[in-house]
Design a protein around this ligand. Structure first.
Ligand SMILES: Nc1ncnc2c1ncn2[C@@H]1O[C@H](COP(=O)(O)OP(=O)(O)OP(=O)(O)O)[C@@H](O)[C@H]1O
Ligand SMILES: [Mg+2]
Length: 526
């Protein structure tokens, strides 16, 4: 094959960390005007490879060659890679919270210089904010990204922050755009909008590298796919040669017989009852984030909170777990009213939660895996001020094994783990508190297909041990398969409830898009 047709080639890349060969002689290439899917299990080495391409791991810290536009490049840092024409959107959301949208997009020397060049009248060394906002507005419009240039970044949803990250990468006008799991936090509408943006870039001749754990996205979007396993290339296929079975087989090296394992539901007495729970909006005065939420969860029951992104599902869970103060309403646990004003109250009441936002509520990144798993109930293994490390190990090892956390050992710091493996640590910690009620907010976010299957099995195990489970998932097929009952939310309220027998994706969607606002207006008129 003629090498010239590739806009970017990575040849024989080997990148090692202590105890881990993250990339073992890996090859990857993308053509101009092509969308290349990159897929592999958690810890397979995808993000590491992208960080090599992007200059985060500078030239000299890996072996192998990078060729961009038929010329070898040796980026020393991300600025170098950016200047060469490599745009990169990392896996973890990382926006500047004290700056607005426009400032976030143009916050770098390179982008600033381009902005100043666009501002022909001005010889001013300072940023002309009028120009900044005008340029940003035009740019966002051209890029088909709907964000307000002046919006306060702290008020953006995770999905909007993800879009901002993409906008920021696009503002450098890259030849190659690297997207590391860009859809994990997006609603299905936002995913479609992102796909439109990406397809538009393909048309303009940009080479795109797209990482995702969602096979449906690989099938829908990509022109070619490269599969990594254990840091090595396994295969690369043209679009006509792959389907999901082919990809799964090469990704995990085994077959998954039952993606959604069956569960014999054995539902007992009520564990949780929420009555008229209302939470204030943190930024908008006189508005409720969630309003009059009432529902129950019983022993051994998995209740799905369904609804669109922004419907308030996470906020309900946060209120139950003590992360968002309730304005009014009551929470009962096994018939007794409880007050949870902070998470330690919830933990004491045997409530566990796996949060969607592991950076804010999840892990302690300077600690190792075993401490992160053990921390929530250290007191149960402590003797006075001492914690026996062998006892800690025997407590946490079963979770480490069962969830197949990929790391050199339990002493590995969680900062060095791949995104999906960090999520597994969050899950392990919550399980280790032996909760009677567990709240799972997007538990499979960023998790590879093989491990998803194991997490479903774990949820079934929890239910069969009489744990009451609340589950949120933006993947409707997953929610449909796992839950006994569905509480549907829209605009911060409950819009309906469905038993498993009567629930269909269509019925859930129908209730998800109900608008109370228009309903209210009619009531007000009457
Ligand atoms: N800074 C680091 N120090 C030590 N080990 C690391 C570091 N970064 C990554 N690793 C290890 O390298 C391997 C590959 O990690 P990488 O993040 O590339 O995986 P990934 O394919 O992106 O996984 P995921 O799907 O979970 O995001 C993992 O075993 C990880 O623990
Ligand atoms: Mg990754």
């Amino acid at each position: 094959m003629n090498n010239m047709e590739y806009i970017l080639e990575a040849k024989n890349i080997t990148k090692k960390f202590p105890g881990v060969v993250a990339n073992d002689n890996v090859n990857l290439s993308v053509k101009a005007g092509e969308i290349l899917g990159l897929i592999g299990e958690n810890g397979a080495g995808k993000s590491t490879l992208l960080k090599v391409l992007n200059g985060i791991y500078p030239y000299g810290t890996y072996t192998g060659t990078l060729v961009l536009d038929a010329k070898e490049i040796k980026p020393e840092n991300t600025q170098d890679a950016m200047a060469e024409g490599i745009g990169y959107v990392p896996q973890e959301i990382n926006v500047l919270k004290n700056f607005n949208v426009a400032e976030n997009i143009y916050m770098s020397d390179l982008r600033l210089n381009r902005l100043k060049a666009a501002d022909k009248q001005s010889k001013n060394v300072f940023v002309n904010f009028k120009v900044l906002y005008k340029t940003t507005e035009t740019f966002l419009k051209d890029s088909k990204i709907s964000l307000d240039p002046k919006a306060d970044v702290r008020k953006l949803s995770i999905g909007q922050q993800q879009m901002l990250m993409i906008a920021r990468a696009l503002a450098t006008n890259p030849k190659v755009l690297i997207l590391d799991e860009p859809t994990t936090s997006l609603s299905s509408g936002d995913v479609q909008r992102l796909f439109e943006v990406v397809r538009g870039l393909r048309k303009k001749g940009v080479g795109i590298i797209f990482v995702t754990h969602k096979l449906s996205e690989i099938l829908e979007l990509t022109d070619r796919v490269t599969i990594l396993r254990d840091g090595k290339n396994i295969s690369t296929f043209e679009r006509k040669d792959y389907d999901s079975n082919r990809i799964i087989a090469d990704m995990i090296g085994r077959e998954i017989k039952n993606m959604y394992p069956q569960r014999e539901s054995n539902i007992g007495v009520e564990v949780l009852r929420v009555e008229n729970l209302t939470v204030d909006h943190p930024y908008i005065a006189n508005t409720n984030l969630i309003e009059n939420i009432s529902f129950t969860v019983r022993e051994g029951e998995v209740v799905g909170l369904a609804g669109l992104v922004g419907a308030g599902r996470s906020e309900v869970c946060m209120a139950i777990y003590g992360l968002a103060p309730a304005k009014s309403g009551k929470i009962f646990l096994k018939g007794k009213e409880i007050k949870v004003r902070k998470t330690s109250h919830a933990v004491k009441q045997k409530i566990g939660m796996i949060s969607e936002d592991r950076k804010r509520f999840g892990l302690n990144f300077v600690w190792d895996i075993k401490h992160n798993i053990a921390i929530s109930n250290l007191d149960t293994i402590a003797r006075g001020p001492f914690v026996s490390s062998s006892e800690m190990l025997s407590r946490v090892t079963p979770y480490y094994d069962k969830l197949r956390i990929k790391a050199p050992s339990l002493n590995t710091k969680v900062t060095t783990l791949s995104g999906g493996n960090q999520q597994k640590v969050v899950i392990a910690r919550s399980l280790n508190t032996l909760p009677e009620l567990i709240i799972l907010d997007e538990p499979t976010k960023g998790i590879d297909v093989g491990s998803k299957n194991e997490i479903y099995q774990l949820i079934n195990d929890l239910a069969s041990q009489n744990v009451a489970v609340i589950m949120i998932s933006s993947e409707l097929p997953e929610l449909m398969a796992m839950c006994d009952r569905f509480v549907v939310m829209a605009e911060g309220r409950i819009s309906g409830e469905l038993a498993k027998a009567e629930a269909t994706e269509a019925k859930i969607m129908e209730k998800s898009v109900i608008s109370f606002k228009t309903g209210q207006k009619e009531l007000g008129n009457g």
